[in-house]
Design a protein around this ligand. Structure first.
Ligand SMILES: Cc1ncc(COP(=O)(O)O)c(C=O)c1O
Length: 374
């Protein structure tokens, strides 16, 4: 860490999560609550209700299930709990997180097909519709909302219409988008949508959550392939007495509750999405002015995260670039695009355009110091 950064000051995380959180979110964790105590049960109840509100879903028609672990645990929970032994999953892929859903299906011996659109292309409703017509064995369809690999945002409502019209169940991994992109889960015909505590709600890691259509959740009864990731049993436990079946991350839930209050105070998802959009717009135009090139065309680029091509100049070395920015107090993110060398800059978390300006100034500095042409 450079001597100009006070030891107590965390670096700003321009990452897709864990991300920079507010001091008050961190402070909310300075309590010890019993996991079976009334106070904690009340907080869990409020968190679940608020998450349904964010999804624009009503209790009874939809249910909120919180699951310990990172986001992938909840994606695996949905995949391994919802698809029957004789079922088949169609995975709509345009990045690494779609491919991960396929890996989950393979581990559980779930029949699965992949429709791969390429990492720089939106999932296309007509192609999905044709695939569903062609293969009546498909029972469930999964898609990633914001493919964090690139930052592309799929039109989950358009795909939802096609999937529902074909009578299949619809699973959305909205890990990096939920809370930062407006989504009406019932209007999108979504049966299961998944996100986690350390993304756009701006909490800390520890758990993920599923908003599930009650009718689809009911079908999960007895279908689980694991004990801990049994989505239906987890919901049943939470409904019975408000408690988790197994030890919950109490501190992380306290932080998340505070983060939800702060999301409301900011003006809800609409206001948060606008803040992220402003961060994004400033960063893209600033990076372009420096000579960096985004991987995606503007028309496909969402407000969550942006992938930039590595500069061609041999004087560019990502680990040196990363380290020098890190020394100045800014954490950027390595790339995940499979066909091109890229790095990523996230626009989410407790930061605004002042922070984006500061990062741009630091990048300008580092480019000059390293002497490469972006
Ligand atoms: C779209 C998407 N899906 C799944 C995950 C996996 O989440 P986790 O690393 O919390 O398991 C991520 C993580 O960034 C993501 O962006």
């Amino acid at each position: 860490m450079s001597s100009s950064i006070p030891a107590w000051k965390d670096k700003i995380l321009f990452t897709p999560g864990p991300l920079t959180t507010s001091p008050t979110v961190k402070q909310a964790m300075l309590r010890d609550l019993g996991s079976r105590d009334y106070a904690f049960i009340g907080i869990v109840r409020d968190v679940r209700a608020r998450l349904l509100d964010l999804a624009q879903a009503s209790k009874g028609e939809y249910e909120c299930v919180i699951m310990q672990g990172s986001g992938t645990f909840s994606v695996e929970s949905v995949i391994s709990s919802s698809i029957p032994a004789e079922g088949k999953l169609l995975i709509l892929v345009n990045g690494a997180y779609g491919r991960r859903i396929h890996s989950i299906a393979k581990v559980h011996n779930i029949a699965a097909d992949v429709l791969d659109f390429g990492e720089d292309t939106l999932v296309d409703p007509a192609t999905v519709s044709a695939a569903l017509t062609k293969d009546p064995a498909i029972t469930h369809v999964a898609i990633v909302h914001c493919e964090t690999t690139t930052g592309i945002i799929n039109d989950i409502n358009a795909i939802g219409q096609v999937v529902t019209a074909a009578g299949r169940r619809y699973i959305v991994d909205s890990m990096s988008a939920f809370g930062g992109v407006e989504v009406n889960v019932p209007a999108g015909n979504i049966d299961f949508i998944v996100s986690s505590s350390n993304k756009c709600v701006e909490g800390v890691p520890g758990f993920a959550f599923v908003i599930a259509k009650k009718a689809a959740l009911d079908e999960c009864r007895g279908r689980a392939r694991t004990l801990v990731l049994d989505l239906y049993a987890q919901w049943e436990g939470l409904e019975k007495d408000g408690q988790f079946r197994f030890t919950p991350p109490t501190h992380s839930l306290l932080a998340f509750h505070q983060a939800l209050l702060e999301l409301e105070a900011e003006g809800g998802i609409k206001a948060r999405a606008a803040r992220y959009r402003a961060n994004h717009d400033l960063m893209i135009s600033g990076m372009r002015a420096l000579g960096f090139r985004p991987f995606l065309p503007d028309s496909l680029q969402g407000n969550i995260i942006t992938s930039f091509y590595y500069p061609q100049d041999p004087k560019f070395d990502f680990s040196v670039f990363y380290g020098k920015l890190n020394d100045r107090g800014y954490v950027i993110y390595p790339g995940k695009v499979s066909t091109a060398e890229c790095f990523r800059i996230g626009h989410i978390g407790r930061m605004d355009t002042n922070d984006a300006q500061d990062l741009l100034a630091a990048i300008r500095d580092v480019v000059a110091e390293m002497g490469f042409q972006p």
